[in-house]
Design a protein around this ligand. Structure first.
Ligand SMILES: Nc1ncnc2c1ncn2[C@@H]1O[C@H](COP(=O)(O)OP(=O)(O)OP(=O)(O)O)[C@@H](O)[C@H]1O
Length: 248
């Protein structure tokens, strides 16, 4: 399984959000790092097939994703940065609904998977509560569940740990690790500790360009630790007076 990004540029009017991006992604967990405005969400929306590039191509196993269109979207589990659920749906109903839209499985299988995911994300006791009454963290966990339903080959998660408490973060990281040998997983964040120990591969974006694209081990050979590595590429983004220990 291979996702290949060739010469992707995305412009919003005069602003170049992504500038000639080339990447090749295989099974495993990719940490997509960059400060605010680096282009992470834009790249993720392109990979999810939600946005069209200004130029360049994305190939899934050799096929242009924009020609595959709906067929490609079935392979995708996408957690956007912001999303809304139907407020009157329960968590369980919402998951079943998204599962039906995304997968070819029959309703019985989708129901079983929805229950399993609610359980995995510790939402079983809220399964029958309306999503409009969910807390921010609960919504985020339901968002993770909807990305996982249908067993997608590619998981694209935009700041997935936002709103999770420390225990849930650990739990979530372990969950992703479980899937990492079978899926291409891309996780964006500007918090280095989120990708520490999680990502097999690091991609650093800076002003719409890839400035680092290496396995975690190769990247760490460049620097003493993750904070140092971040400093090397983004020092000018750190407000003056802040110590390296101030970096999250
Ligand atoms: N729909 C849009 N219209 C115009 N400009 C946009 C749009 N979406 C993003 N941008 C701009 O493109 C650039 C990249 O934005 P993007 O959201 O991809 O960055 P990001 O790395 O995800 O940032 P953050 O960490 O803040 O989420 C920014 O300058 C942003 O203002």
């Amino acid at each position: 399984m291979k996702l290949k990004i060739v010469g992707i540029t995305k412009k919003y009017h005069n602003l170049t959000a992504l500038d000639h991006i080339d990447l090749e992604l295989h099974n495993g967990i990719y940490g997509l790092i960059g400060p605010n405005g680096a282009g992470k969400s834009t790249l993720m929306r392109l990979l999810a097939g939600e946005l069209r590039p200004t130029s360049g191509n994305i190939f899934w196993n050799g096929k242009d994703i924009f020609k595959l269109d709906e067929k490609y979207k079935r392979y995708i589990g996408y957690l956007p940065q912001t999303f809304g659920f139907y407020k009157e749906f329960t968590g369980y109903e919402m998951l079943c609904y998204i599962g039906l839209l995304k997968s070819k499985d029959n309703i019985k299988k989708i129901r079983a998977q929805a229950k399993q995911l609610l359980n995995m994300l510790e939402l079983s006791d809220k399964a029958d509560a309306m999503t409009g009454k969910y807390s921010g963290g609960m919504k985020q966990r339901l968002g993770i569940a909807q990305a996982l339903i249908g067993n997608p080959r590619i998981l694209i998660m935009d700041e997935p740990t936002a709103g999770l408490d420390p225990m849930q973060r650990i739990y979530f990281k372990n969950l992703l690790k479980k899937y990492s040998s079978q899926k291409i997983i891309i996780v964006s964040t500007h918090i280095m500790s989120d990708v520490q120990e999680l990502a097999d591969h690091l991609i650093f974006l800076k002003k719409g360009r890839v400035v680092l694209d290496k396995s975690r081990d190769a990247a760490l050979e460049e620097s003493a630790d993750y904070e140092n590595l971040y400093m090397r590429y983004y020092a000018e983004n750190i407000p003056s007076g802040e110590t390296k220990h101030g970096i999250k």
